[in-house]
Design a protein around this ligand. Structure first.
Ligand code: SAH
Ligand code: SF4
Ligand code: F3S
Length: 430
């Protein structure tokens, strides 16, 4: 048995790809190891969303490259989003790299592994993978199912359309079969994944919707939860809201990145909604679904953003009580329109200051949101434990800590919430 170690950077789509890679390699006598020093094959699955994400991958390669001196048979590969978008010959730049493969070449791995020479395999044409490739998931509480890959939106700051190609939805029957299998294997939560998950089905002949998929999976027997990420604001339909409201297994949780609270900046970002339209969607969801959690992503310091426009982001979070938000400082990316707006770039110090202010606001809102649940009884799915301290998650995505010596990972329990802090809730089993 040989050992493989994969370092995964970036989003859940990459984490899901990593699972697929481990699964494919397991058919070729590679066993997963948690210790890179113990590996015969090292892979870095890269993210390109910000410059910093790419630098992380390069620094990892630098460390691993040195190990080759003592271990000449060590194989090193780079895959993922950086591999997919770059035209640079990475094999030239990193002489110790043996293999580079793109996001759309994962299924070619068996063939690539047989190659004697160093190879850079990146498919430039969109590819829908063969559906019946055997896929072993690692035992865990949650299982991901990618349902749509790629993006057609071309937000002016974003590299994803260049790393993941155009939107390609997988057939509903295949997804539902995968869900059945996952439940049979004992997983307690299914997360449907897509860069714009609510855009699902628009490219398929019968135009199935995400709502339709959720209803079908909701009908399957067993005790489990269904989640979906990430939603593009204007693809959230009334049908989707109704379905989330009325499907007992679907979590009352939406992740809907706004990116900015200012309509002019949104327009420059090529987002297809205004502040008001975004706010309407949030209001509608809150009106329909009790105790729903709505989270978001924001970018600070997009080219030309003024202090006033930045204040609109703070006020959006405040006014519509967004429960939590991921924030990022704008980073110019190759191929993108905004990267050419160099005259309007915002000074790093100003970006840092805005990031800090936004971070404080996000933390304040998260605490406020968590406090709303003190005194309530919530169903928690246990994901982890340290001794008798259990850590789990509610359907609406709140992290809960409580004590128990009777329960284990994967159990559903009802917990009475007693206190709230910025990052989690604490409670007692009822
Ligand atoms: N499809 C999702 C977002 C996927 S990318 C959507 O449309 O909302 C994940 C997050 O990375 C984005 O929400 C954005 O906040 C951040 N991001 C993307 N490009 C960025 C860039 N160039 N600089 C900083 N943050 C960026
Ligand atoms: Fe990037 Fe925009 Fe596509 Fe989201 S919708 S992945 S931010 S281009
Ligand atoms: Fe990064 Fe690619 Fe995901 S760029 S955020 S790993 S789609």
């Amino acid at each position: 048995m040989k050992h493989v170690y994969i370092e995964t950077l970036g989003c859940q789509m990459n984490k899901s790809d990593t699972e697929r890679i481990y699964s494919i390699l397991s058919y070729f006598d590679y066993e997963k190891t948690e210790d890179p020093k113990n590996a015969d094959f090292l892979i870095v699955n890269t993210c390109s969303i910000r410059q910093l994400s790419e630098e992380k991958a390069f620094s990892r390669l630098g460390v691993w490259g040195k190990w080759k001196k003592d271990k000449p048979n060590l194989k090193i590969a780079l895959c993922g989003c950086l591999a997919q978008h770059t035209d640079e010959d990475l094999l030239k730049r990193f002489p110790y790299l043996d293999l580079v493969f793109g996001t759309q070449n994962i299924y070619e791995l068996p063939k690539l592994l047989k190659e004697e020479k160093r190879i850079m395999a990146v498919r430039k044409k969109d590819y829908v993978p063969e559906e019946n490739v055997g896929f072993k998931r690692e035992k865990s509480v949650n299982a991901w199912i990618p349902i749509i890959e790629g993006c057609n939106n071309f937000c002016t700051y974003c590299i994803v359309p260049f790393t993941r190609g155009r939107e390609r939805s997988r057939a509903p029957e295949i997804i539902i079969n995968e869900a059945k299998q996952i439940i049979k294997e004992g997983f307690k939560e299914i997360t449907l994944l897509g860069q714009n998950v609510d855009s699902y089905g628009k490219d398929l002949k019968d135009k199935p919707t995400l709502a339709c998929l959720l209803r079908e999976i909701n009908k399957l027997e067993g005790k489990f939860r269904i989640r979906f990420v990430t939603s593009y604001p204007t693809d959230i339909t009334d049908e989707l809201i109704e379905t989330v409201k009325n499907s007992d297994k679907v979590c009352k949780y939406f992740h809907i990145p706004a990116q900015s609270g200012n309509s002019e900046i949104l327009k420059k970002m090529n987002r297809k909604y205004t502040r008001e339209q975004y706010a309407d969607i949030v209001r509608k969801i809150r009106r329909e679904i009790e105790d729903v959690t709505i989270t978001s992503d924001f970018i600070v310091g997009f080219p030309s953003e003024t202090e006033e426009q930045f204040q609109d982001t703070l006020s959006l979070i405040d006014e519509y009580e967004l429960d939590y938000s991921n924030i990022a400082s704008y980073s110019p990316r190759p191929h993108t329109v905004a990267a050419k707006m160099t005259k309007d770039f915002i000074d790093e110090k100003i970006k840092d200051a805005r990031f800090q202010k936004l971070n404080d606001k996000v933390k304040e809102m998260h605490l406020k949101s968590n406090k709303k649940f003190v005194g309530k009884s919530m169903e928690v799915l246990i994901e982890d434990n340290k001794g008798d301290v259990m850590k789990g998650r509610t359907g609406n995505n709140k992290i809960v800590h409580f004590k128990s010596d009777k329960h284990k990972i994967g159990d559903f329990v009802t917990v009475k919430i007693e206190s709230a802090s910025t990052w989690h809730l604490r409670g007692k089993i009822e």
